[in-house]
Unconditional design. Structure first.
Length: 88
């Protein structure tokens, strides 16, 4: 039993060394991991496509609000008191 523990430790150490040194033999390098941990994401929570959709929706709503604000500045949404016709 006492000889089994050092053998198991040696085997697990050798196994860990093989995993760390060889890995899955992909083209992924540890420097890639350090520079970008989530390469599929554009920001913290959005992928590139989701971020483009979000930005497009945001710009569209901003422009719609700008048109409403412009109408409010020039009082386009209020009835004129200069007309002789009854307006509801």
């Amino acid at each position: 039993m006492s000889r089994l523990i050092p053998t198991a430790l040696l085997a697990s150490g050798l196994f860990a060394f093989v995993l760390v040194s060889g890995g899955c033999q992909s083209d992924f390098d540890s420097s890639d991991l350090r520079s970008n941990w989530t390469p599929e994401l554009h920001s913290l929570t959005y992928s590139e496509e989701q971020f483009k959709n979000y930005r497009s929706r945001h710009r569209h709503n901003t422009l719609r609000q700008a048109h409403d604000d412009w109408a409010m500045i020039w009082l386009d949404d209020k009835n004129s008191s200069m007309t002789k016709f009854h307006l509801p």
